[in-house]
Design a binder for this molecule. Structure first.
Ligand SMILES: Cc1ncc(COP(=O)(O)O)c(C=O)c1O
Length: 478
């Protein structure tokens, strides 16, 4: 192993509080050698065959499991298809963790944990909400309360909210739920090129079974123009699905205008608001929105819980994806996930009531970030619109920088971000969102920084303390 890998191992052993034994070294040497030969990290099967370690051994030896082994010897994350260049490594004496990936997911807030603890300890909502017993009624009331909290945020009726297992399910449920009414005659669906995969793959599936799909272009800032929606409407259009805030570049679409067009033509309008809920004002009744999806884990609530707003005035209800009981107004069968639903309700109520104040704080932090960045990297670019943008998102292009390597270097010093491509600037795997806005992915490596409750100036200045030397080393290495 070269010195770089050896230094990394020392560092990782310190960070993870793990004493490196011969058992560790056998695994690490194999992984390192395999990567040198194949330029990809070995799969578990190879590892097991060649070193004899079992999954349990790996979990015992490496606190963060199989994938973490790659970072111990400097194999880039996402290395399997398109290896990133090596990342420089720093020793910092003021190591701390700075989470800047709130578009990816958020931690659960204290109040949410309290609700979950009460539920998990059996003090609250243990019964089956469909049961006629007192316990059942208590659980039913909890679900109903959460429903009305979410409805209040959106200014809609509680019965127009259905709980799901995720934002992805809500998107599937809305789109397929409308389309499945037209399984015989099929029809036309309008969406755009930078939707989340849970929308894009769903419409692609519908295309495979005979629907006609128009996937609109977006402009260089990531906007879908209301005019292009209007131009593409057809007599057989059954659904328009255009998101509120984009998860990668943060651009907020003119959903009110698009909604108005859809309302005038009587076509259901679906909005993926997973990123935008609690961040911008979303009032479906005023905005002409017929269906709107949200998710718990983007707003400091639990993972694995989402909801779909379904306007009671659309001419027909949606066809359920899950048939069975009559839960969720008959659109989504299955005994409700009472604890997480209740916690999701709490998270929604809090994020909506705190939105204005928190957005002000986030915008100040974002300005501070951009000012600092200007000093470190004057030629950076911001992907997406800076004005019409989710307040907690920044997507930054660094000239001549390998985004995978930058992500990894930041990761080494405890800063968690997300990159805009599987690996590097110039990579064939640059994200479809960046490609769609015409970003120069050959010359800029993109990192998404997304802020949240725990983001503060101290954390950001920790990053800016080390960013100049990371960028310098990356440029000298590559
Ligand atoms: C815009 C958008 N839609 C949908 C989803 C899917 O939500 P979930 O993770 O709850 O399935 C995400 C998650 O990243 C998202 O960002």
């Amino acid at each position: 192993m070269d010195n770089y890998a050896k230094q990394l191992i020392n560092r990782m052993s310190r960070l993870n509080n793990t004493t490196v034994t011969d058992e560790h070294l056998a695994v690490l040497e194999y992984v390192y050698g395999y990567y040198g030969k194949h330029q990809v990290g070995p799969l578990y099967q190879n590892l097991n065959k060649n070193t004899g370690v079992s999954r349990q051994d790996i979990d015992r030896l490496f606190p963060h499991g199989l994938n973490s082994i790659y970072s111990w010897v400097g194999i880039p994350i996402h290395s399997s298809n398109n290896p990133c260049k090596p990342a420089p490594m720093f020793d910092v004496d003021d190591y701390r963790e700075v989470y800047l990936d709130h578009n990816g997911t958020t931690y659960q807030r204290k109040e949410v944990n309290e609700v979950l603890t009460e539920y998990n300890e059996g003090h609250l909502g243990f019964g089956n909400p469909s049961s006629s017993t007192y316990l059942g009624k208590q659980a039913y009331d909890l679900v109903d309360f959460a429903r009305s909290r979410i409805a209040d945020c959106l200014k809609v009726k509680p019965k127009e909210i259905a709980f799901t297992s995720s934002g992805s399910e809500a998107n599937n449920m809305a789109i397929k739920g409308i389309a499945f009414h037209q399984l015989n005659q099929k029809g036309h669906i309008i969406t755009d090129k930078i939707e989340h995969p849970s929308v894009l793959h769903t419409v692609r599936f519908l295309e495979e079974i005979g629907f006609d799909v128009t996937c609109l272009d977006v402009d260089r800032k990531g906007f879908v123009s209301p005019e292009s929606v209007k131009e593409h409407l057809r007599k057989d259009t059954v659904l328009v699905s255009i998101m509120a805030g984009n998860n990668e570049i943060g651009t907020i679409n003119p959903i009110g205008e698009i909604g108005q067009i859809c309302r005038e033509t009587g076509i259901p309008y679906m909005v993926d608001a997973v990123q935008a809920f609690g961040r911008i004002k979303l009032f479906p009744k005023e905005m002409g929105i017929s269906l709107l999806s949200i998710s718990g884990h983007k707003i400091y609530g639990p993972k694995g819980i989402g909801a779909l707003y379904v306007d009671e005035e659309i001419p027909f209800s949606i066809v359920p994806l899950i048939h069975g009981g009559s839960q969720e107004q008959g659109v989504r069968a299955g005994t409700e996930n009472v604890g997480p639903i209740s916690a999701f309700g709490k998270a929604s109520q809090l994020i909506c009531s705190e939105m204005e104040q928190e957005n002000e704080r986030l915008l100040e932090l974002r300005e501070y970030f951009l000012r600092e960045l200007q000093m470190v990297e004057p030629d950076f670019i911001v992907n997406g619109s800076l004005e019409e943008r989710l307040p907690h998102n920044l997507s930054i292009g660094f000239p001549g920088i390998d985004s995978g390597a930058l992500l990894l270097s930041l990761n080494h010093i405890g800063i968690y971000v997300s990159s805009g491509s599987a690996c590097s600037a110039g990579s064939s795997e640059a994200s479809y969102v960046l490609k769609a806005i015409g970003a120069d992915t050959d010359n800029y490596g993109t990192i998404r920084f997304s802020f949240g409750h725990r983001t503060n100036k101290e954390g950001l200045s920790y990053m800016f303390k080390y960013l100049p030397s990371i960028l310098e080393q990356l440029r000298s290495l590559h």
